[in-house]
Design a protein around this ligand. Structure first.
Ligand code: ADP
Length: 619
């Protein structure tokens, strides 16, 4: 390109990008200095990439140069620049990576910002809008970059954060990226040596590469996970976590591992974040799992094979000497060493959680609140650890205070010896479960019932089948064993009641699986339970997930002690017109459906209701 007249091309930002830039430029910041962390983190990533690529690719230039980050500031000129000799970017990458914001996190960012009216600096810290944080401290940015390949062309990208940017070809001999700008007047402190040093010490001490200002190396490059457990200082470990994850909050807990086993030796520094995965997923830096290092060289920054899916909430670093540095990622994934590490990590993480559950309930419940949905999927996918995972489950029950939770073990330990089953009931909330008619018998007899409130519980708990030699039973199903002496079966199960049941069956024949005299109702007249059909809540969940599941028929139970049923019985004896009786029966049935979350035909229901009220209010 040299010698030719340079061609400057202009590009428009996408609409979403413009909104984001506008917010960054026009908001107040409490932590504008995080721009530096974002730039160092990008430079670090670019160096990681080139370190890996140059192991196997001969066409990479500058192989013998020290991998480094260089910051140059000039107080008088208020100028700042950061340069790395990492992988660099092609023109296409410049457009794809810098010109657009790909992540869904950005939209979230914009929304949250508007909703919460928070200052952008805090939110940028949380969401990691990355490179664009630069516009907090400057009006105009220049990127000069060259991809690491020997034939690559250099490019200059310029933008003032308005609606557009330009790109032109330039001469650039060394690979890597240089980002430079003039600081806004009110941000000129970032052109001071000591300020920049201070910030780096705060945010970026763990960059894998030396950071130079002039000739002075200002960070300590150390692989924290290589230290022994006793050398680790909590504050430092927390900072490390924030550095590798871009999370702005401390982790909930960490675990240092140094494993020497037959299949593989490795060290690891693992973290549980303090916040929910959805929240983390909304952020661009947070979709990652564990980083894999081989002898302090990062091989993969999101190695999904290190732990099973249900443990993906764990963040951190795993470092082993037992994998070759220069083999393909596919080979690494298939190596037996990976298998060994994965098994060891899985066991250690589960033991970590068991330990937390036992010794620090408060912390465990914080973990549980945010991450149990993922953990629970392990019950049906990790057969080897199933029992341990079941013991890590926690539930509210009829015997706990709202919000408190117990394990199946605690439940089983305190049941009466005569109770041969473990009972549960699913519902949208504690209140919904407690107002379910099927719960009445259990309330009356103070039999503890586990509440399945988290939607995923409906998929997990029924699959457990048995715990501590007791069967797990849903109390809205027909196969539970209710204590015979307590039930009203014998007392009321006369020929008359049988004949009433027959009338119900006749009226509802297409609508129900069966009609029965209830043993479980105390206060309500009727209830619906599940017989052969699909579990109620499972059905609702499937519907919510867009699966077209036909509603299965259910069993209607009637409470012979209830005044309505007794009145109906009298009317039946007195031979009132069939229509009248039918109307009451259908209405009772539909009311039970209603209570259960299924709304029958509204006009018919309402009309019948009006009819019944009219009769009831007749003088
Ligand atoms: P993030 O780092 O979260 O992906 P950024 O907006 O900070 O978001 O950067 C966008 C992308 O631009 C990066 O993912 C990377 O591909 C590219 N990039 C940014 N800085 C550099 C750099 N110094 N060297 C090479 N590529 C870079």
């Amino acid at each position: 390109m040299s010698g030719n007249e340079t061609k400057v091309e202009s590009f428009e930002y996408k609409a979403e990008m413009k909104q984001l830039l506008n917010l960054i430029i026009h908001s107040l910041y409490t932590h504008p200095e995080i721009f530096l962390r974002e730039l160092i983190s990008n430079a670090s990533d670019a160096l990681n990439k080139v370190r890996y690529v140059q192991l196997t690719n001969d066409a990479i230039i500058d192989k013998d140069k020290e991998l480094q980050i260089r910051i140059t500031v000039d107080e008088k000129a208020k100028s700042f620049s950061i340069e790395d000799n990492g992988i660099g970017m092609t023109k296409e990458e410049l457009i794809a990576n810098i010109g657009t914001v790909a992540s869904s996190g950005t939209l979230e960012f914009i929304k949250k910002m508007k909703e919460e009216n928070k200052s952008a600096g805090d939110l940028i810290g949380q969401f990691g809008v990355g490179f664009y944080a630069t516009f907090m401290v400057t009006d105009s940015v220049v990127i000069e970059t060259r991809y690491a390949d020997k034939d690559a062309q250099g490019y200059r990208w310029v933008s003032d954060g308005g609606g557009s940017y330009t790109i032109e070809a330039i001469e650039k001999a060394e690979r890597g990226t240089k980002i430079s700008f003039i600081l806004k007047d009110e941000r000129k402190e970032y052109a001071e040596n000591h300020t920049v040093k201070e910030i780096i010490n705060k945010y970026s001490n763990f960059a894998d590469y030396p950071i130079y200002i002039g000739d002075e190396k200002i960070n300590k490059v150390e692989a924290l996970w290589k230290k022994s457990k006793s050398e680790l200082v909590k504050e430092e470990v927390n900072e490390f976590y924030k550095f590798i994850t871009n999370d702005f909050a401390d982790p909930l807990d960490y675990l240092h591992l140094s494993i020497e086993s037959a299949g593989a030796d490795f060290k690891a520094l693992l973290f549980i974040p303090s916040r929910a995965p959805e929240e983390l997923l909304a952020m661009r830096h947070h979709h990652k799992s564990l980083q894999l290092y081989v002898n302090k060289v990062m091989i993969m920054d999101d190695c999904k094979d290190l732990v099973p899916e249900y443990l993906r909430f764990v963040r951190g670093v795993v470092d082993t000497a037992d994998l070759p540095l220069n083999v393909s990622r596919e080979m690494i994934q298939n190596s037996p060493v990976m298998g060994t590490i994965r098994t060891a990590l899985t066991n250690k993480i589960i033991a970590w959680l068991q330990n937390m559950a036992q010794n620090d309930v408060v912390k465990y419940m914080l973990f549980y609140k945010d991450f149990s949905a993922l953990l629970k999927t392990g019950v049906s996918t990790d057969f080897l650890n199933r029992e341990k995972l079941i013991d890590l489950l926690r539930f509210e029950t009829s015997a706990t205070k709202p919000g408190d939770m117990v394990s199946l073990k605690e439940y089983a330990d305190r049941t009466k010896e005569t109770q041969k089953e473990i009972y549960y009931l699913a519902g949208d909330s504690r209140a919904a479960i407690e107002s379910n008619p099927n719960f009445e018998y259990f309330r009356k007899h103070a039999i503890e019932v586990i509440y399945l409130i988290d939607p995923i519980d409906v998929f997990v708990v029924p699959s457990i089948h048995e715990y501590d030699k007791k069967s797990l039973k849903a109390i809205d199903k027909d196969d539970i064993t209710l204590d015979a002496e307590d039930t009203k079966e014998n007392k009321n199960d006369t020929a008359l009641s049988q004949s009433l049941v027959a009338v119900f069956k006749n009226v509802l024949k297409d609508k129900v699986e069966d009609v029965r005299v209830s043993k479980r109702l105390v206060d309500s007249a009727v209830t619906l339970i599940t017989g052969k059909g699909m579990d109620r809540h499972m059905e609702h969940m499937m519907k919510a997930m867009g699966r077209d599941t036909p509603a299965s028929k259910r069993i209607l139970e009637i409470n012979l002690d209830h005044p309505i049923i007794q009145n109906l019985s009298k009317k039946h004896l007195a031979n009132v017109p069939e229509e009248t009786l039918n109307k009451y029966i259908v209405h009772l049935f539909e009311t039970a459906q209603f209570a259960d979350g299924d709304i029958p035909s509204k006009p018919a229901y309402v009309k019948r209701m009006i009819d019944i009220m009219q009769e009831a209010t007749k003088q």
